[in-house]
Design a binder for this molecule. Sequence first.
Ligand code: FMN
Length: 361
Amino acid sequence: MRPEEAGPPEIEEALAEVPPPPPGFLEPLVIGELRLKSRLVMAPMAGYTNLSFRRLVSARGAGMVATEMVSSQALVRCHPKTFALMRIEAGERPVSVQLFGADPAMMGEAAAIVEERGADVIDLNCGCPVKKITKTEAGSALLCDPDRAGEIVSAMVRSVRKPVTVKMRTGWDTIGTRQAEHFAKAVEEAGAAAITVHGRTRQAMFGGAVDFEAIARVKRAVSIPVLGNGSILAPGDAMRMIERTGVDGLMIGRGAIGNPWIFSRLIHWFRTGELPPPPSPAERRAVALAHLRGLRDELGERMGVLHARKHLAAYTRGMRGGAAFRERVNQLESLEEVVRAVEAFFGEPEAAAAERRPDAA
Ligand SMILES: Cc1cc2nc3c(=O)[nH]c(=O)nc-3n(C[C@H](O)[C@H](O)[C@H](O)COP(=O)(O)O)c2cc1C
């Protein structure tokens, strides 16, 4: 998927016909011995879910955040860039670190490294559709080989004390087969503590309808917690996922890009039946700037500014003047220039504007 296709959606919609969520959904979700802050968790997204983004969504109610997928092979071979992908901060916990790979022994070794580095949960990627990954038998290719996936999970579970979880799709290329629940049972038997199901096959990639029935079959087939994932952008999507599948929690990916408020707004809606208003321009500005500076601190100025472009595009999508702003930002190279462009686009923060009013003391 190209980054510009990756978000952010609006979560406004008529709520009148959306029924209230089941009361149990407000209870904390427990995975192994870990109690999550809420039942809405952030999806791993390569190129997006680095520390600065995780911090923002964690502060806005995500029950757990996730690193992007990390190569088990690179970890075991001590590749320094890979270690940078899993820098964890206390304030963002709980954090799930996702591993990909196909070799059980190597995955066990990588899981131990990740646990030592502070992961609260270690997740096995069984969903990545990208050829570079599937041709090594990893990612969604594991869906075709439940025995191997089970061996990988067993090896990971044997190597760590923290919960090992699995993120899967509904199948490789067919809808309606029993592939998903067989796979889920195999990884549960091997010791997985929870499963997230992205309700699409590998063939469907990121488009098309979410297959609620396949997610429901997985939920019925296992007794560990199951989280539902796929195109949750608004309260109605969340409710459809809960009602039609019976899942224990929800995972949100693209809906959070440029929109970390999706977590706090949905949680408020779960509690009260009311969706808080969208963030004000001052709040958007503050979060966009915090994100920008976080990216600079994490990745350095050059990479930070490059990464910021796609996030800033998402923060400003649908806003008047957004297209011109994005065009301008894509030509800027220094952080200070980008900061000034963001400030100019969103206007002055309310506090600073108030200070400049003639009647201010
Ligand atoms: C840009 C991008 C990167 C992704 N990277 C990962 C990844 O590293 N690991 C993973 O399991 N899924 C990854 N995914 C899939 C998401 O975690 C999620 O399953 C998918 O986007 C569907 O959820 P959504 O509709 O809420 O976005 C990625 C998705 C996108 C759009």
